[in-house]
Ligand binder design. Structure first.
Ligand code: HEM
Length: 495
């Protein structure tokens, strides 16, 4: 390959590329310390990736092993690539550890092309039918919230002032919304089968990005090693497969084509219709459905959960903003009913607060890796076919050319002089272009309902004896806040 005109970048290490310097010392450190780092590794990585642009420009290159990676920084470069050159920059790379899990099927890691387009279009429309029709999503989210509110009060009481870790409760509520839409089932957060699935998925992701299994991406044959984390990786993959296949089989056996219960039923009906019509090349198959379920579950659970956790964390660290949101909720919604999606337009400060937290705590900070599907000239550089493209959304949300005082938490930046909500083009927590998040509308509604319901019901504060948690992220597939506990005080009777 001709690397003469690729974007500039720091000199790579032999074999490991530029990330050797990041990963190798971490593994060595961890071997000796034998405990998981809770610090903001990813945030530091994001800061480093963002600062490299000061030296090399908004478009620079790195190597992971021998793989060329181009990082896009700031709003102009990200928008230019994803919105102005969508046919070149909308493909997904073949990342060995991910390909083992997804076989490049489903939606998230499927190659850009007619099959991905057909599957995405169908699933998006189906989710719309089931979930995004305001009437069906709202009761589903609110029902889940009613249960966790009661549980939250009980746990708070039992903690004796030490505070409650919200993560399992919020994760349960978010997973239940996705589960209801895909599998038509709701689970109690203590449900053993459900916990097993959540734990397996969390463990699979953890192994993929945060263990020696990461090196499968550089040396794919490591996957077959019969010991340690490599063996565990295969075991987790097998367990998830058994679990999801059982769910599909159960749906097939009880399918009533006239009354589809959820996305799985709708997909099976469409698949049968295409088979009956003799569409031999149809990509609709149970095999494909399997990967779509996995995709939506993973894409829709962690992202929403961590967004809510970040919002509550900012609320306890900025109690005056929490108070202003609650005052707006009291004024507009009152205390006789729970907030509804119809209140959305009338709660601008609350919406601005949610957006400001999403701006600062970008839960998918590097989007999902894209790939150049052909060699192209971009901003004066040659980007060879197969180059991995990382849109640094974190840097877009901290770009000083488009945000005033970008590091300051200030919800009012999303409001005009009359207090009305401002739509800002450079606010892109869901990405942009053809691969923009498929669950954007669903996620926005879920976030709104969860956050307003929780802040209407409770005042959140930090436990007295504990130091305030840092505003750093934890390394994973998404950017999660470091674990924290909060005390809750009921502001009104539970509705
Ligand atoms: C992709 C953010 C919730 C489904 C993405 C991407 C981002 C993102 C940044 C990558 C865009 C790119 O590659 O350029 C978020 C955030 C969420 C959220 C911040 C919550 C606050 C959801 C939910 C669903 C979902 C609830 C479930 C329906 C997807 C899918 C993709 C995706 C299927 C892949 C799209 C494709 O490759 O065509 N999301 N997401 N997301 N998201 Fe979300």
């Amino acid at each position: 390959r001709d690397f003469a005109h690729i974007p500039p970048g720091p000199k790579p290490w032999p074999i490991f590329g530029n990330f050797g310097g990041f990963f190798i010392p971490r593994f060595i450190r961890r071997r000796f310390r034998r405990r998981r780092s809770e610090s903001g590794d990813l945030k530091n990585t994001l800061d480093v990736l963002t600062k490299l642009a000061d030296t090399y420009g908004d478009v620079y290159s790195l190597f992971v092993g021998s793989q060329l990676v181009v990082v896009l920084n700031g709003y102009d470069a990200v928008k230019d690539a994803l919105s102005n050159h969508p046919d070149v920059f909308s493909d997904r790379p073949n990342i060995p550890a991910i390909t083992i899990l997804t076989k490049r099927k489903g939606i998230v890691f499927a190659p850009y092309g007619p099959i991905w387009r057909k599957q995405r279009k169908y699933c998006h429309a189906t989710l719309r039918n089931f979930g995004l029709g305001k009437l069906s999503l709202e009761p589903c989210v609110l029902q889940g919230l009613a249960a966790i509110k009661t549980e939250l009060l009980r746990l708070n009481e039992a903690s004796g002032g030490a505070g409650v870790d919200l993560a399992p409760l919020i994760s349960n509520a978010a997973s239940n919304v996705i589960c209801s839409m895909i599998m038509g089932e709701r689970f109690h957060h203590g449900d053993r089968e459900f916990r097993t699935l959540l734990d397996l998925m969390a463990r699979g992701l953890e192994i993929c990005v945060n263990s020696a299994a990461f090196f499968i991406n550089i040396f794919p044959l490591l996957y077959h090693l019969p010991f340690g984390v490599f063996k565990e990786f295969r075991q987790v993959e097998g367990d998830i497969t058994v679990f999801l296949k059982r769910i599909i089989a159960k749906h097939r056996e009880t399918l009533d084509p006239v009354n589809p219960r959820d996305l799985t039923d709708m997909y099976l009906v469409e698949m049968l219709a295409q088979q009956a019509a003799g569409e031999g090349d149809s990509s609709f198959s149970e095999d494909y459905l399997f990967y779509i379920i996995g995709d939506l579950f993973i894409a829709g659970t962690d992202t929403t959960t961590n967004s809510v956790l970040w919002i509550i964390l900012y609320m306890v660290l900025y109690p005056e903003i929490q108070g202003k949101v609650q005052a707006e909720l009291d004024r507009v919604v009152g205390n006789n009913r729970v907030p509804s999606l119809t209140d959305k337009g009338r709660l601008p400060f609350t919406e601005a607060t949610i957006m400001e937290v999403q701006r600062l705590a970008v839960v998918v900070p590097l989007a999902i890796p894209h790939m150049a599907s052909e060699t192209t000239e971009f901003r004066g550089y040659t980007i060879p076919k197969g180059t991995v493209i990382l849109p640094n959304l974190w840097s877009v949300h901290r770009d000083p050319t488009v945000w005033e005082d970008p590091d300051i938490f200030n919800p009012s930046r999303f409001l005009d002089a009359e207090g009305k909500l401002l739509r800002r083009e450079c606010f892109i927590p869901f990405g942009i272009g053809r691969r923009v998040c498929m669950g954007e509308q669903l996620a926005k509604m879920e976030l709104f309902l969860m956050v307003t319901s929780l802040l209407q019901a409770f005042a959140f504060s930090l436990p007295e004896e504990k130091p305030p948690p840092p505003l750093l992220g934890r390394y994973g597939l998404t950017l999660a806040p470091c674990p924290y506990s909060v005390c809750v005080r009921a502001r009104q009777a539970i509705l």
